[in-house]
Design a protein around this ligand. Structure first.
Ligand code: GLA
Length: 404
């Protein structure tokens, strides 16, 4: 063999070995984390951000905990009380994160104890970067230390944000915090708040996440964007959900962001649509209004039992949009008892009558269906092949159809 062909062979072998080892490396590099067994239905609770932003204190949060109980929200399923950004003070001499001493003079453990004493669970917030979105200390480089602190305080839930993290790998960062939580031995729901930037629907469950945001932040508007396109109205958010359905299931959910119901920027009809669409999406239901001051209608929306039952259905299949035309849409979601939830949405500015051929939605021909109106909690006349329904402007109608 000539010197040249020897060299060529040698080069080919080295390249082959390198390629093989990088393949092995790619396979070895990421190990899926085991599921933590939490959030077998989408988490329900209340979070401080949408209403209070940074204007929080232990008094505010205790009042919301009290209201979760006195309004019946806890008993309707809203069990997590989550303190969002701005609870932080500085790190102490050991690097342990401490709360803002003015806003939380009794400390976070006392607040968590109070929340637990109400039969609720306590959630806290941090960020994968060195600073949070409001420039409070983030967990970068302190992941295990912070998780241990949250566990000592009695946290049951961590919302983990993505500000100041541009140079980090999203999947690895969330896997690190997931490992840190697991190392504490205390079960905590892991809420991935990465805004859908690096397709968390593809890896959120594998890192041990229980929910992951699919978009940037909601704002209290029916449609349209704010803050240079970063804030999204309800209809802007729902348009970004189709295609993500297969990632959702018991223990791991797409999160189209927290609820704005009751915050004043939309009509009650629009809030009903927001809430019902979230239920069809098997979305976490995290209320974000001031529970101490809500109207009867806001409470009625947030506690509508048959809409919540759709959201919390244990089959855990996320609903799909099956019709979209001229501002009218139909979404369907299969339920665990063999029934199907059907939502009619009218985005137009005037009421419309929608006539829907059920076979076109995938229902078998020649069937007959019992129809339950999930908002009004009333049985409707049975239907065979067609459902006709009047839908107000920006409104929804939600029915549960069961074969006879
Ligand atoms: C980001 C998140 C919000 C909220 C704020 C807090 O914008 O997406 O949900 O947590 O940070 O600063």
């Amino acid at each position: 063999m000539s010197m040249k062909s020897l060299l060529q062979w040698g080069l080919a072998i080295v390249c082959g070995l390198l390629l093989a080892s990088s393949d092995v490396h790619a396979q070895m590099a990421f190990q899926p984390r085991p599921a933590n067994g939490l959030a077998l239905t989408p988490p329900m609770g209340w979070n401080s951000w949408n209403k209070f932003g940074c204007n929080i204190s232990e008094a505010t949060l205790r009042a919301q905990a009290d209201a979760l109980v006195s309004t019946g929200m806890r008993d309707a399923g809203y069990v997590y009380l989550v303190v969002d950004d701005c609870w932080h003070g500085a790190r102490d001499a050991h690097g342990d994160i401490q709360p803002d001493p003015v806003r939380f003079p009794s400390g976070i453990k006392a607040l968590a104890d109070y929340v637990h004493g109400k039969g609720l669970k306590f959630g806290i917030y941090s960020d994968a970067g060195a600073g949070t979105c409001q420039d409070k200390p983030g967990s970068r480089g302190h992941e295990f230390q912070d998780a241990a602190q949250y566990a000592r305080w009695g946290a049951d839930y961590l919302k983990y944000d993505w500000c100041n993290a541009e140079d980090l790998n999203a999947r690895s960062s969330y896997a690190t915090m997931s490992d840190a939580i697991r190392a504490t031995g205390r079960p905590m729901v892991l809420s991935i708040c990465e805004w859908g930037l690096h397709q968390p629907a593809k890896w959120g469950a594998a890192v041990g996440g229980n929910l992951w945001r699919t978009t940037f932040d909601i704002w209290d508007h029916w449609s349209g964007r704010g803050n240079k396109g970063l804030w999204l109205g309800v209809t802007d958010i729902i348009d970004l959900q189709p295609g993500l359905e297969s990632a959702a299931g018991p223990g791991h959910w797409n999160d189209p962001d927290m609820l704005e119901v009751g915050n004043g920027g939309m009509s009650d009809t629009e809030y009903r649509s927001h809430f019902a669409l979230w239920a069809m999406l098997a979305a976490p239901l995290i209320a974000g209004n001031d529970l101490t001051q809500m109207s009867r209608e806001t409470l009625a929306i947030l506690t509508a039992p048959e809409i919540i039952a759709i959201d919390q259905d244990k089959l855990g299949v996320q609903g799909r949009r099956v019709v979209k035309s001229d501002g009218q849409e139909v979404w369907i979601r299969p339920l665990s008892d063999g029934a199907t939830a059907v939502l009619f949405l009218n985005r137009a500015e005037t009421a419309v009558k929608m006539d829907q051929d059920l076979v076109l939605l995938g229902f078998p021909a020649n069937g007959e269906w019992k129809v339950r109106d999930a908002w009004r909690r009333k049985n409707m006349p049975r239907v065979k092949s067609k459902l006709s329904v009047q839908v107000p402007a920006h409104g929804t109608q939600v029915f549960v159809l069961k074969s006879i």
